[in-house]
Design a protein. Structure first.
Length: 419
């Protein structure tokens, strides 16, 4: 079975550990994947501790700065971020590698200097003389500063190193990552390491599926009283790194099938996860809806409270992508929608004892499909006209909103369980 999103399987877990590329991040040209921001915020609001474990060789503070520019906030969407760059740098600082001369040679034709941060203030230095090196460090594989899609383009440069018998150090075992818009799979360090191993070379790997990153992630989870890896769900897009590493560490895993590497690969994968999901988040809220107060996620709809005291008012938004009209929903979703609209009406009727209930779906200003369920009284300011005909608003105080959200949530849970 393939679930629509992580929200459909997250309930039993206390911690959620996310890969970045292909899970919530689509590369520099794409940015955040649709629905990912909402899903991450929903997980945090549900009390989950959300961590990110990426095979990026950048240090975590650089990655955090990048995603902050796209609206992800630490504490609101995630709690901690670990990169393979962090784990690798810690290894170099601990000076715990079997290299005596402490010198590395930089492979390839790269214009990037990001590797400098990994070696800064360590005992390891770069040499331009291959014969002086203890090991070969693999940066992001590029040709004249450009990403490539075919690993064979790097075959000759790797073969030239076969007789050196030097080990390679690979800080990102991912063979491909998605970049560009539309996204395309481009060669990453893991592909170069694989070529070298095929020639009989030795490779030191850091990053997933190595356990070092998972161990560091569990230290962060332990600070939040999550000490058992079985309480954590790893979500990734690459079976050989994300899923294999999680399984070896004792974590449950979920593999995305519609985003990231698996969107272009044969199915099923060789490293089998505990769950399959289509994507991290199954829908993205329209900007006009993002500030609404969350009440509950029903099987189909996310329920919000409109900040309007004059008329107790719920909004139901089906968690489906690219849906603007009711007829866009599948028949089974249409049936579920009617059940949930019925629940919303019953809750408002039971709590507020109105004289009438208005149910409407407009979409003229907010084209994402959503439904208004509004409790009306004959003495409300807009009666008998529509609420949109009365421009004066009366908003809830913080305490009033907190109390009504708690009541609405409890009533909807009770009605849902009784159905």
């Amino acid at each position: 079975m393939i679930f629509p999103s992580v929200l459909d399987i997250a309930t039993p877990f206390q911690g959620i550990l996310l890969d970045a590329y292909g899970v919530f991040w689509g590369g520099g040209a794409v940015g955040l994947l649709p629905g990912a921001k909402e899903a991450m915020e929903r997980l945090v609001l549900d009390g989950k501790i959300v961590g990110i474990l990426s095979n990026s060789t950048q240090l975590a503070h650089k990655e955090i700065e990048k995603i902050q520019k796209h609206g992800l906030e630490q504490g609101k969407h995630f709690h901690f971020f670990i990169t393979s760059g962090d784990v690798t740098r810690n290894l170099f600082l601990e000076d715990n590698l079997p290299f005596t001369r402490k010198k590395f040679w930089l492979w390839g034709d790269t214009l990037s200097s990001s590797h400098h941060a990994l070696f800064e203030n360590t005992t390891y230095t770069e040499t331009a003389v291959l014969d002086e090196a203890d090991f070969i460090y693999i940066p992001v594989p590029q040709i004249h500063g450009q990403d490539q899609t075919d690993p064979a383009l790097f075959q000759a440069s790797v073969e030239a190193l076969r007789d050196t018998q030097l080990p390679m150090f690979c800080a990102n075992p991912d063979r491909f990552a998605h970049e560009g818009n539309p996204p395309r799979a481009v060669v990453r360090q893991g592909s170069i390491a694989a070529l070298y191993e095929q020639l009989g070379g030795t490779v030191f790997y850091m990053g997933k599926p190595s356990l070092h990153g998972y161990q560091l992630a569990m230290q962060h989870f332990a600070e939040k009283n999550i000490t058992d890896p079985a309480e954590v769900l790893m979500v990734g897009d690459t079976p050989e790194t994300d899923i294999r590493g999680a399984r070896n560490f004792g974590m449950a895993s979920a593999l995305t099938t519609q985003t990231g590497i698996m969107a272009e690969r044969a199915f099923p994968p060789s490293d089998v996860p505990d769950f399959y999901i289509e994507r991290l988040g199954d829908f993205e809220l329209h900007p006009n809806l993002v500030s609404k107060a969350f009440v509950i996620d029903l099987p189909l709809c996310r329920v919000f409270l409109e900040d309007e005291k004059n008329y107790p008012w719920l909004l139901l938004v089906p968690r489906r992508t690219a849906v603007s009209k009711m007829m866009d929903l599948k028949p089974e979703d249409q049936q579920q929608l009617f059940l949930e609209l019925d629940m919303a009406q019953k809750v408002l009727w039971e709590i507020f004892h109105p004289h009438q209930l208005n149910v409407a779906a407009l979409g003229n200003k907010t084209p994402q499909l959503h439904f208004h369920v509004i409790a009306r009284r004959t003495d409300d300011p807009a009666w008998p006209s529509t609420v949109w005909d009365h421009p004066v608003k009366s908003t809830y105080s913080a305490e009033e909103k907190k109390a009504i959200l708690r009541t609405l949530h409890a009533k909807l849970v009770n009605i849902f369980l009784s159905c």
